[in-house]
Design a protein around this ligand. Sequence first.
Ligand SMILES: NC(=O)c1ccc[n+]([C@@H]2O[C@H](COP(=O)([O-])OP(=O)(O)OC[C@H]3O[C@@H](n4cnc5c(N)ncnc54)[C@H](O)[C@@H]3O)[C@@H](O)[C@H]2O)c1
Length: 254
Amino acid sequence: MTNNTGITIVTGGASGIGLATAAWLLARSRSVLVLDHSEANLESARVALKEYTASAAFAALDVTDEEAMMQVLSSNIPAGTAISGLVNSAGFGTDIPFLETTSKTLRDMLEVNLVGTFVISREVAKRMVGTGGGSIVHISSVSGLIGNKGRSAYGATKAALVNLTQVMSNELARHHIRVNCVCPGPIETPLAAAAHGDAGKLLWEQQVPMKRYGSPKEIANTVGFLLDEESSSYVNGQIISVDGGFIAAGLLPA
Ligand SMILES: NC(=O)c1ccc[n+]([C@@H]2O[C@H](COP(=O)([O-])OP(=O)(O)OC[C@H]3O[C@@H](n4cnc5c(N)ncnc54)[C@H](O)[C@@H]3O)[C@@H](O)[C@H]2O)c1
C-alpha cells in the first residue's frame, strides 16, 4: 500500500511545470525536495515557495551527473525515509530542422531528457521498494507522440519516455509503484518562450483547438492527481496528454 506521507522529489523543480508541481504539493502539506541544476532558478524558487519553508527542501543537481545524484539523494533523504513520489520535469528542447540537427544536440538532449530521468527513477524506485511503494511521473511532451516540425532530437528523447513509462509500470507494479507519463502541449514557461519564439507561439495558438497555451498549474493539477494515492490508486502505465485537444484534433475548422 503506497501513501502520500513521504517526500516527493521534483527534478527541474525550480521553474515552469516543476515549480508549479512543487507548489501544488506543498499547498497540500506534502514534503518536497526540489532539484535543479540552475542556481538562479533555485534562488527564485526559494522565494516563490517561501511560505512553505518547513516542508520544502532545495538542492542543486544536474540530472546527468550520476555520482552527484547519489550524493544528493543520500544527503537529503536519510536511508529508511519514505519517498512517496518522483516527478521528472528536468528537460530541455529546441526547435531545429532535422537536416541541421547535430549528433551533439541529440546526445545532449538524450542525456538530460532520457538518461537523467532513467537513472534517478531507478535509484528512487529502489528506495520506494523498501518503503512501501510510490508514484513516479515522467514529463514527456506531445512532441514525443507525433511528428512536430523541428523536434527530431527532442521528440525522440520524449518518445523514449513513453516506452520507459510502460516498462517501468509493468515491472514495478508488484512493488506498489505506479508509473505514469504526462505529455504537455504548449505551456507558458521560460522553456516554451525560448523554443517557440513569436512566430512559433502564433502557430501553436492556431493549431491547438482551445486556441491558447496551457499554464504550468494546469499540468501540475494532472501530475498532482497522478501522485495522489487517494485519487489515482489504480492508474498505472498511462500516457496522458494535457494539451487543449492538440493530439486528438485532425483538420481544424476555419
Ligand atoms: N513548456 C512546454 O511547452 C512544454 C511542453 C511539453 C513538455 N515540456 C517538458 O516539461 C518539462 C519542464 O519544462 P518547462 O517548460 O517547465 O521548462 P523550464 O525551463 O521552465 O523548467 C525546466 C527546469 O529544468 C531545469 N533543468 C534543465 N536541465 C536540467 C538538468 N540537466 N538537471 C537539472 N535540472 C535541469 C532547468 O534549470 C529549469 O529550472 C521539460 O521536460 C519539458 O521538456 C514542456
